[in-house]
Design a protein around this ligand. Structure first.
Ligand code: NAD
Length: 257
């Protein structure tokens, strides 16, 4: 496959690049990120299969620039992994218009821009688009009002695209990580008390890692998912099913009542 990966310098995007580079097929990768040093390090590790494109996804031109670089390097596009995102937290009452615009530009708009620019190439290859959303897209998260709502918008954008682009043979899906240990979150989870508190809420009793999420993304990219579109795969260790235990369970009814 010829694959564009955003946020490829770190965390989940890097893990997707490594997984594709190691899977034995001769994939070609266009790795993109705003972090030029991190990107160069990942490209060095992967070798000739990877080219890089330094781009800032907050720019309205980012889609065209990344797709042009992809065509130069790969001659076409079979898949796009729109994975980069940012997190920022304050109560909504304290947030600013600037932050709203920035978070939505990177977490939501960039996927549309990239998808739009890639559309003719994905239609030609009958390819796939996978975006990294979040468990927060469906679970309001204290302090992360812009983040959660930008990811909820991303989920619906991808479902819309799955409808519009299904007739072109383009599959559009999302993966939603729960708490995942990556450079985005490591500062928080390196605090043993916070990590233990979070792991206690996850039925599998561990944080996810970048590779856990990358495996789900790569599944959705490939032929095994050839008839799957418009869905979201939660990679959360079961955490989203863990609301009712906090209530203590049933209210003491006897069987049959
Ligand atoms: N780690 C988690 O617990 C978690 C949970 C749910 C969702 N996610 C989502 O997973 C995705 C990947 O996150 P991660 O945990 O690997 O984080 P990360 O910080 O390790 O990687 C994100 C990458 O995106 C790049 N990036 C950020 N803003 C950019 C911009 N404006 N232009 C270009 N590149 C930019 C960063 O440079 C970085 O390399 C994000 O969309 C994030 O919201 C992560």
């Amino acid at each position: 496959m010829r694959v564009i990966i955003t946020g490829a310098a770190s965390g989940i995007g890097r893990a997707v690049a490594e997984l594709l580079a190691d899977d034995g097929d001769a994939h070609k990768l266009l790795l993109t990120d705003r972090d030029s040093e991190g990107l160069a390090a990942v490209a060095d590790e992967i070798g000739a299969a990877a080219a890089t494109c330094v781009a800032d996804l907050s720019s309205p031109d980012c889609g065209d620039a990344i797709v042009a670089a992809a065509i130069t390097h790969m001659g076409g596009i079979d898949a796009v992994v729109s994975n980069a995102g940012i997190i920022a937290g304050e109560p909504l009452v304290a947030q600013t218009v600037e932050l709203f615009d920035r978070i939505y530009a990177i977490n939501t708009r960039a996927t549309w821009l990239l998808a739009k620019a890639a559309h003719p190439h994905l239609a030609a290859s009958r390819g796939a688009l996978v975006a990294t959303a979040s468990m927060s897209a469906t679970q309001p998260t204290p302090g992360l009002g812009f983040y959660s709502s930008s990811k909820a918008a991303l989920l619906m954008l991808m479902r819309q695209l799955s409808l519009e682009w299904g007739p072109d043979g383009i599959r559009c899906n999302t993966v939603s990580p729960g708490p995942t240990y990556t450079p985005m979150t490591s500062a928080g989870y390196d605090d043993p008390a916070r990590r233990a508190q979070r792991e206690a809420m996850i039925p599998l009793r561990k944080l996810g890692n970048a590779d856990d999420v990358a495996q789900a993304i790569v599944f959705l990219l490939g032929p095994q998912a050839g008839h799957i579109t418009g869905i979201d795969i939660l990679v959360d260790g079961g955490m989203s099913n863990n609301l009712m235990p906090a209530t203590g369970g049933g209210t003491g009814q006897k069987a049959g009542e």
